[in-house]
Design a protein around this ligand. Structure first.
Ligand code: IPE
Ligand code: IPE
Ligand code: MG
Length: 231
C-alpha cells in the first residue's frame, strides 16, 4: 500500500555542504532542487499528498544571509511551479504564518496557489515560516474570534472543528513522516497532524535523499504492523 500522505522534514543541507567543504547555501540550493525530484517520484508512486518542511518559525534565528538565501530559494521554487503548473498537474499550497513574509513572497505564493488550484494528481504543501505551536495558537485565536462574533458555539468545538481551523484543513493527516540526516525529533512540525503517523528516520542528508530511498521508506512503512488506537 502506498501511503496517501507523506510528510518530510528535509534536514541536513548544511552538513551535506560542510562535508564537501562547500558553503551551507550550496546545500540549500541542492536541497531545493531535490524537492522537484522527490515530488515527481512521489507522484509516480501514487502518493496523493506530500508536505515538506522548508523553513521553520525558529529558522529566523539563523544568520541573515542564510535566511535571505532561503527566501530566494522559495521564490525560485514557486516560479518553477508556476511555469510548470500544467506539466506537473500538481496543486501547490504554502502552510505557515504569512504575515511576516515580504510582500513579493506573499504575492508569489498567492499566484502559484491560484494557478495550480485546479490540479489534483498530487497535492504539495510547502511548510514555510511554519511552526506547529504557532499554527495551533493562530487557530485558537480564529476560533475565539468566531465564538465572540457568534459564528461558532463553543459547545461545537470538536477535534474536527479544531482541525478545520489549522493550515492543513481539507488535507488528511500524514500516514508517514520522514526525517533525513539523523536527527530524531519533530522540531515543531505538524504536532496535531502526526498523532498517529509512522516515523521513518534516515541518516541520509536531504540533498542525497533519492527516489530509491523514498521507496525504501514506503517499504518499511508497509512492513510495520500498523496500529490505530487499541485495534
Ligand atoms: C535543512 O537543513 C534546511 C533548513 C532547515 C532550512 P539544515 O540547514 O538544517 O542543515 P543542517 O541540519 O544544519 O545540516
Ligand atoms: C527543521 O530543521 C526545519 C526544517 C527542516 C525546515 P532544523 O534543522 O531547523 O531543526 P533543528 O533546529 O535541528 O531542530
Ligand atoms: Mg538542521
Amino acid at each position: 500500500m502506498v501511503p496517501k500522505h507523506i510528510a518530510i522534514i528535509m534536514d541536513g543541507n548544511g552538513r551535506w555542504a560542510k562535508a564537501k567543504g562547500l558553503p551551507r547555501t550550496v546545500g540549500h540550493i541542492k536541497g531545493a532542487k531535490n524537492i522537484e525530484t522527490i515530488a515527481r517520484a512521489a507522484k509516480k508512486l501514487g502518493v496523493k499528498y506530500l508536505t515538506v518542511y522548508a523553513f521553520s518559525t525558529e529558522n529566523w534565528s539563523r544568520p541573515e544571509d542564510e535566511v535571505s538565501k532561503l527566501m530566494e530559494l522559495l521564490i525560485e521554487y514557486l516560479n518553477k511551479a508556476y511555469k510548470n503548473a500544467e506539466k506537473n498537474q500538481m496543486r501547490v499550497r504554502v502552510i505557515g504564518q504569512r504575515e511576516r513574509l515580504e510582500k513579493r513572497i506573499k504575492d508569489r505564493i498567492e499566484e502559484v496557489e491560484e494557478v495550480t488550484a485546479g490540479y489534483d494528481e498530487i497535492f504539495l504543501q510547502v511548510a514555510f515560516n511554519y511552526g506547529s505551536r504557532d499554527e495551533i495558537v493562530r487557530a485558537t485565536r480564529k476560533i475565539t474570534q468566531d465564538v465572540k462574533e457568534g459564528k461558532l458555539d463553543s459547545a461545537d468545538i470538536t477535534e474536527e472543528t479544531f482541525g478545520s481551523y489549522l493550515d492543513t484543513k481539507d488535507i488528511p493527516d500524514p500516514d508517514l513522516l520522514i526525517r533525513t540526516s539523523g536527527e530524531e525529533r519533530i522540531s515543531n512540525y505538524l504536532l496535531w497532524q502526526l498523532a498517529y503517523s509512522e516515523f521513518y528516520f534516515t541518516k541520509t542528508p536531504w540533498p542525497d535523499f533519492s527516489p530509491k530511498e523514498l521507496e525504501a521508506a514506503i517499504d518499511e512503512f508497509n512492513n510495520r504492523n500498523r496500529r490505530f488506537g487499541n485495534v
